[in-house]
Design a protein around this ligand. Sequence first.
Ligand code: NAD
Length: 242
Amino acid sequence: MTKLLSGKIAAVTGAASGIGLATTQALIKAGAQVVLIDKDERALNAACEGHSGSAIPLVADLLNVEQCKQLADNILALVSYVDIFHANAGIYIGGDLVDADLDHIDRMLQLNINVVFKNVRSIIPHMIERKTGDIIVTSSLAGHSAVLHEPVYSPSKWATHSFVQIMRRQLLPHGIRVGSVSPGPVSSALLADWPEENLRKAKENGSLIEPSEIADAVLYMLTRPRNVTIRDMVIIPSSFDL
Ligand code: NAD
């Protein structure tokens, strides 16, 4: 039986854990072949286990200037084309601005914004040449609302929204769709740096979403007819108090 994404090739950054891992699994289940990109080699190999042929690991630290620059070339050395690029890798380091470590600020802004711009920039010529492609960026509810009180993380995600809107318009004439997914708190390793009190409350209220919910949303966007683009899907638990 032909699956929804049979014959499609995807590349997902931050694919060894959380949302990226769940999305990868959903894409493979839907018939796609996936290049999993992550800096964590051990977790990456574990994520690929049992998916021989459908899951191809690519170890890359996207905060490394050279490895980031080489990303599209390295993906295209493994597969002959890319239909779907999911710019998902991101980090969260919480805390007040005045207390924040300057190096943490740099790393968070670098990965959550600059690397997204650079990764998308590097894959666009390939998609334009093929006159087709889908780009999904993992943003965040924090990029829509100041209620989460995150002076660095929120702006880093906020920036992805204008990027997605502009790229969506610019790439539409080339047959390329650009969208984003904006989750509320998701049960993943990323929340290890969340204030303990927030995490405890979120668990008590049932206001943590599973990574598979976000993966389902990504799959929904990707499997719309090609004349339909979804700009952004905000996914928050119904119990979340905004
Ligand atoms: P996670 O920590 O479970 O997974 C992130 C993955 O990215 C890890 O496998 C990690 O090794 C990889 N990674 C980190 N730095 C990297 C680098 N320099 N180069 C390559 N890979 C790197 O986190 P997650 O919750 O799955 O987060 C994925 C995305 O979702 C992020 O962009 C995050 O900001 C966003 N997001 C998360 C939440 C949440 O509550 N967990 C909510 C909204 C948005």
